[in-house]
Design a protein around this ligand. Sequence first.
Ligand code: ATP
Ligand code: MG
Length: 566
Amino acid sequence: MTMNDERKSHFIREIIEKDLRDGAHGETVHTRFPPEPNGYLHIGHAKSICLNFGLAAEYHGKCNLRFDDTNPCKEEQEFVDSIKEDVRWLGFDWDDREYFASDYFPQLYEYAEKLIDQGDAYVDDLPAEEIREFRGTLTQPGRESPFRSRPPKENLDLFRRMKKGEFPDGSRVLRAKIDMASPNINLRDPVMYRIRRARHHRTGDQWCIYPTYDWAHGLCDALEQITHSLCTLEFENHRPLYDWFLDRLPVPHPRQIEFARLNIGHTVLSKRKLLELVERKIVPGWDDPRMPTLSGLRRRGYTPSSIREFCRRIGVAKFNSIVDLHVLENSVREELNKSAPRYMAVLDPLKVVIVNYPEDWEEELSAVNNPENPGEGTRKVPFSRELFIEQNDFREDPPRKFFRLAPGREVRLRYAYLITCTGVIKDPQTGRIRELHCTYDPDTRGGDAPDGRKVKGTLHWVSAGHAVSAEVRLYEPLFDRRDPSETNEGETWLSNLNPHSLRVLSDCRLEPTLKTVVAGQRVQFERTGYFTLDPDSSPQRQIWNRIVSLRDTWAKIQKKQGSRTT
Ligand code: ATP
Ligand code: MG
């Protein structure tokens, strides 16, 4: 993996450099990326991955991959596998440092007994709703449970019997004994263990009590000797709780640093909501090219390097904001502009007959593969009497400033000839244009007029008899609103879905060179955007996904839609 040299300084880097100077956590940097295996990774996770793996690499340290699998009900092997695939695809490697919170269940259990022993934890028999009620509110202190003063010996006995399965689900919990009057609700005797007879995707039926995320998370970091534990801002209020646990146990003390989570306009970045889109079949799967998941972006045609570049550009900050979608689109567009070979493809075909071109004739013309990189050379494109151009490159009654084809007008067919429109053939019934008749100037082979006459429009085209038929899918954002969580009365975030997020063009014609392209390859179709061949394609039927348009049309659309998107 190549690192971008242009490093952006940010507050996390400054803290780490200071710690390294002071030797606060030894001489190394050891981070981790800690996903819960309850969904597919999204572009927000990419920010965290790039940060954790990136900083470790930068300071010659290490980064662990740790699955925070403390909730047996929502976690699955499918998610573990997809997460590993996505982290690798993004270009990062955890070597042999693959860990699971569930691997620490025995150790966590021992530490819980230790806290009980020390008088720092107790078994509570209050039902869940009363625990909630006793917790108080932001403005009111909580109340102590009547079971709070149980002696350690009794707590230990009950806790052991909880583990053995002597009590029904939900009948008792283990709680930390901290402070029911704390202004920080996280410190009001938080629950550490629940009884729940649920099969865990790794430990099976071995356990019937499960640690809470808050009890497990900070300790897992400590057990792995993480030096810098980077997390999103929501965990700022949990830090005093993690500190409280760590201070009472014989473990090292990682430094937790919070940063703002990534939000992107016109999309949702919450696994719960993404799961809902999949379960309600609003999209066919986690890897639908409209999804902000890494698997969706991969299928859409995004490159790993463009996503890393995006994460570099947005940087890290301490306050939440929404990043514009075009920042993401620009990252991939700029990369593909340099790397993607050009081809001609007609998405919405209109037939053109060159009436003065011999019927039994065809020729091969030379087309440039990538004007950004002359080293990529040229290819041959067949030309014949019958061609296709785009419907919207012709207007029978052209408005001012329309420089493409119109009756009597001359345009350039890229890499081919100058042609002039001499006739418009319509369906007598519907009045729809069926084909255009044009003449070509044989002296303009290659597209230049020897007499130097000016021709403003240049069109892409394909030879009808040689073209490959294909389906092309054009995408728009999944949501109309910049912030999909903003709703009118009686609406939910789903009311903001964009009904036009997918447009399928089923009768596209591509130049024949594209027959040999393999799935995942990325190309530019001249004048219409960057595209990639979808893995659902077959040799009989190609399906192309538009990755991104050629120019940033987004700003224009936002302006047009007015306040709804701003
Ligand atoms: P979600 O809200 O999508 O369910 P999560 O925080 O529950 O996200 P985890 O699997 O716990 O998902 O996330 C793993 C790591 O990725 C955490 O350290 C989390 O802070 C980070 N992360 C998750 N979402 C974002 C985001 N939008 N921006 C930056 N980091 C994120
Ligand atoms: Mg989380």
